[in-house]
Design a binder for this molecule. Structure first.
Ligand code: ADP
Length: 502
């Protein structure tokens, strides 16, 4: 892949931090309170920058700016093709600045800059371009009504969208929510995660450069219980699109229920299974399992944290997996281009993952690899990629989302058993199946209750590929034309066929 080639050669510079204030109505401003918070470098725990900290008053100002831009501004009123042109310009700018944006994102989130450029920034540009093309293809239906009436539907922009995003793929998350909202003609207030506020601010000023009018995109960095909660419970916000934990998803729904009943869309946690059948190409299966569990240090909502391997090949799979993990490099993604895995995003996540590993040990699972912190000189939030075997379905590590580099390896006998165990979870985000048998693949595809099923691949995504879960993984799709629906309201218009039908 492009990323693979680049990783051999490129070392990225640590970027200059230029944007650290709230972005409201087209300008960078301090918080009303004057308060700031620190965003830290996961490689060392050191401070990268102090960022203005939004609270309720700032969210109010941002919503007011978005409201004005929506109610009186040109964005919802210009033609779809004009919106699309501006969005395509933004996609171009994201691509032109890909190196800087990737470095910024990587610094903030502990990622590998070359991978970030290819994946996070690549997806962000892709999503903006996809929805740029959708902006002039939003139209309703004509209705043949009973009796002397006819009708049609309008698909109108819903209004002010509240967007609350997490820290694992910040620029992608920004784009997959902002792009369809912009295409629809909405105005937005975005609350990035407190761990990774920098890329959203960077993208907001690029949007301004591209020609997005002031007030259409506002960005309010801050904490969840303050800025996030203020947005979710705001009476003048017309919908909320959220990606994050199931726990906070519940709070977002509650905030809606207790305020203005705004529709909310939730992309939440997962405990996704990868099922390896005994006819699979084992080297490919091992490679897929490693990528599916450890890509982005396991900080991915669709990470395959449960890997089921059919009995007959289980021992061989385990052996090859242990062998493969010996060449997996954990290291500083800026100074070591060969690093496969950087540090976890922050101290809290690092400690949380280590406590899950402790649980696994205490519950009697066996460590095949990893299980310890591994920061160079004890610094930073690095954790060894960890594989547990002898995992029982009722252990905490097999049930709860860990969101770190921890794989639970389990054995199964039959297709029916694999399907039943894959579905034995409260979550329903992703799933993978590795087999050469088309019938088996089809059975799994049809039987697993998940938002996406990958066959002989994993993590493959695209701007046209709807993404979002079922069960306690949430509802509503990011990406694909379905995503537009979240930001549009359908209005039915009925007219008489004759002037006076009564
Ligand atoms: P994670 O556990 O992955 O950090 P969270 O669900 O805690 O995920 O965070 C995802 C996003 O939700 C972040 O932007 C965070 O600030 C925000 N958030 C956290 N708590 C709340 C809340 N009570 N109301 C609204 N947003 C919140």
């Amino acid at each position: 892949t492009a990323a693979g080639e680049e990783r051999g050669q490129l070392l990225f510079d640590v970027p200059e931090i230029r944007f650290t204030k709230l972005f409201i109505n087209g300008s960078f401003v301090d918080a009303v309170s004057g308060r700031t918070f620190e965003t830290r470098d996961p490689r060392t725990g050191g401070v990268i920058a102090s960022v203005a900290e939004a609270d309720k008053e700032d969210v109010d100002l941002a919503v007011r700016a978005a409201r004005a831009a929506f109610d009186h501004g040109e964005w919802p009123r210009m033609s779809g093709s004009e919106r699309g042109r501006i969005m395509a310009r933004l996609a171009d700018l994201v691509e032109e600045r890909a190196d800087e944006l990737a470095a910024l994102e990587s610094l903030d989130a502990g990622k590998h800059p070359a991978v970030t450029r290819a994946v996070d920034v690549g997806n962000a540009a892709g999503s903006l371009r996809y929805f740029a093309g959708a902006a002039d293809k939003i139209h309703g239906e004509t209705l043949k009504m009973p009796g002397q009436f006819q009708g049609h539907t309008l698909r109108e922009p819903l209004g002010v969208a509240g967007v609350i995003i997490p820290w694992n793929f910040p620029s992608t998350m920004f784009a997959v929510k902002v792009a369809p909202a912009l295409a629809a003609g909405c105005a937005l207030v975005v609350k990035p995660a407190e761990q990774t506020p920098l890329s959203a601010l960077y993208l907001a000023q690029l949007a301004k450069q591209a020609g997005v009018p002031d007030g259409v995109i506002n960005v309010v960095p801050g904490f969840g219980p303050t800025a996030g909660a203020a947005l979710a419970s705001h009476m003048d916000v017309d919908m909320v699109s959220f990606t994050g934990s199931t726990e906070v998803g519940r709070l977002i729904m509650k905030a809606s229920a207790e305020s203005n009943l705004k529709p909310v869309y939730l992309e939440l946690g997962g405990k996704s299974p990868l099922i390896v059948f005994d006819d699979a190409d084992l080297d490919m299966a091992v490679e897929l399992a490693v990528g599916a569990s450890f890509f982005n240090k396991g900080e991915a909502c669709v990470a395959a944290s449960r890997v089921y391997v059919q009995e007959r090949v289980y021992d061989r799979f385990e052996e090859r997996l242990a062998e493969r993990m010996r060449s997996w490099v954990v290291g500083d993604p800026f100074s070591d281009p060969s690093a496969d895995q950087g540090p976890q995003v922050d101290k809290a996540q690092y400690e949380r993952v280590l406590s899950y590993i402790d649980h696994g040990k205490r519950e009697g699972a066996t460590l095949l690899t990893g299980g310890r912190p591994c920061g160079p000189e004890g610094k930073g939030y690095y954790i060894e990629p960890t594989v547990f075997t002898n995992v029982k379905e009722d252990m905490i590590i097999a049930k709860e989302e860990i969101f770190g580099p921890v794989m639970c390896l389990m054995k199964f006998k039959t297709v029916e058993e694999a399907i039943a165990r894959a579905n034995d979870t409260r979550y329903g985000l992703g799933a993978g199946v590795v087999t050469r048998d088309l019938d088996v693949a089809n059975r799994v595809v049809r039987s697993v209750r998940a938002g996406v099923v990958w066959v002989n691949c994993y993590f493959a995504m695209g701007s046209d590929c709807p993404f979002g879960g079922r069960k306690m993984s949430g509802f509503g799709k990011d990406e694909g034309m379905h995503a537009l629906d979240k930001y549009l309201a359908v209005k039915s218009v009925v007219t008489p066929l004759r002037a006076s039908p009564w």
